[in-house]
Ligand binder design. Structure first.
Ligand code: DQA
Length: 145
C-alpha cells in the first residue's frame, strides 16, 4: 500500500527554523524516519515537501487518481487555504485516508493557529508529538487497511 507524506511551506527548513518549536532534526531526518516507519508497517511511503500551494493541490489530485492514502502536514496552509481543503476533501470522499499532522500543538500557540480548515475534511488529526505525529498517522493508516 502506497502512502504519500506531503509537507507544506517552510517544512523543508526543519532543523534551522525555530528549533525551540519544531526541534533540531532536519527535513532529511523526517524523510528517513517516515520511510523507516513505512517499512516497519509494510507501507510504501513517499515523502514530499513544497512551499507552493498549487503543487500541493496537484499532489492531492494525484493521490485521488492513484488511490493513494495521504499524511498531510499543510503547515501554514492549514489555517486559511480553502483550495487545499477542497483538494483534501476529494481524497476522503474517494474513500482514502487523509491524516492531518502537525509537529507542534497548534492549540497551544497563537490564536490564528487554532483554526484548521483541513481538519473537518480529514480522516483524523495528530498534532503535538514532533516526528511522532507522523509515526502515529502512519500507524493509524496501517491499522485501517
Ligand atoms: C505546523 C503548524 C502550523 O501552524 C505552522 O504554520 C507550520 C507547522 C506544525 O507542523 O506544527 O508551518 O503545521
Amino acid at each position: 500500500t502506497r502512502v504519500l507524506v506531503l509537507n507544506g511551506p517552510n517544512l523543508g527548513r526543519l532543523g534551522v527554523r525555530e528549533p525551540e518549536v519544531y526541534g533540531s532534526a532536519s527535513y532529511a531526518d523526517l524523510v528517513a524516519a517516515a520511510r523507516s516507519w513505512g517499512e516497519e508497517l509494510g507501507l510504501s511511503v513517499e515523502v514530499r515537501q513544497t512551499d507552493d500551494e498549487s503543487e500541493l493541490v496537484g499532489w492531492l489530485h494525484e493521490a485521488v487518481d492513484a488511490a493513494t492514502h495521504v499524511v498531510l502536514n499543510p503547515a501554514a496552509f492549514t489555517h486559511y487555504s480553502y483550495a487545499l481543503r477542497d483538494a483534501a476533501a476529494q481524497v476522503t470522499k474517494a474513500g482514502l485516508q487523509l491524516v492531518e499532522v502537525h509537529l507542534s500543538n497548534p492549540y497551544a500557540r497563537e490564536t490564528f493557529r487554532h483554526v484548521s480548515v483541513i481538519g473537518p475534511v480529514a480522516s483524523g488529526t495528530v498534532a503535538g508529538f514532533g516526528f511522532g505525529s507522523y509515526e502515529l498517522a502512519l500507524r493509524a493508516i496501517a491499522g485501517r487497511l
